[in-house]
Ligand binder design. Sequence first.
Ligand code: MN
Length: 281
Amino acid sequence: MADVGFVSKALPGCRPFLSSSAMSAAPRCALSTGHQISRRALLGAGASLAAALWIRPGTKLFDAIADESIADAFSVPPLPYSYSALEPAIDAATMRLHHDKHFAAYTEKLNKAVSALGDPSLKTDEALAKKLGNLKSIGDEKLRTTLRNNGGGYLNHKQFFASLKAKSKGSPSGNIAKAIESQYGSFDKFVETFSDSAKSLFGSGFVWLVKRKSGQLDIRKFANQDHPSMSADGSVALLGCDCWEHAYYLKYNNKRADYVAAWWSVVNWDEVNRRFDTGTL
Ligand code: MN
């Protein structure tokens, strides 16, 4: 087994599969031996165990089993490369913490918020993006804030890790290259403009390259875990740079500019082109 991925705390030995949107019909867990077990089987086993132990519903163990059945609408996809693949730009220790702890924590809290909302249609990335574009529809302020922070955190990180790769060619090709040249004059000028935004972003947040509904590109700063989908203006999130200290502090300390400069060398331009061409997450 490669040293990638997120191991479920609730079910040792189980590892969530790829995104819920891509794999919604797939079983959620596979034992490390390769045996797959369904949620129904897990629930049944949990209920049998609870019955055998004379545990009444309402106790913590029973709740833990029940929560597992509904709190898994979203999952952390394993990294499509090893933790050390992006070195020296991004070190393995940072990747391990960032993906397995930070991304996982946003996802876990998102799942709890989704459970609390009780909306069964809220189980794909697309549905989540739509909800984030209409947060005011959530009446409960605390729940609205939780979904904003953790739904945004989930989408930001899912797209962030997917937009990186080892041995990147360093500059774009295809339609995104043409769009960047046409709008910014040159790729170098674009990098300079985007990097200035990343360096000047105050506090924690993301800088995103987006494609507006009109087709024009835009470089936008987002505070905290806000995501371009929250703009609800039809813009497409193309490439986001995580400017939170957790993304770079272990290696770069306070030198965000050095991190941003190195980050360009591991951008997956094929993925950016896919988003540009398809308009999808
Ligand atoms: Mn992050």
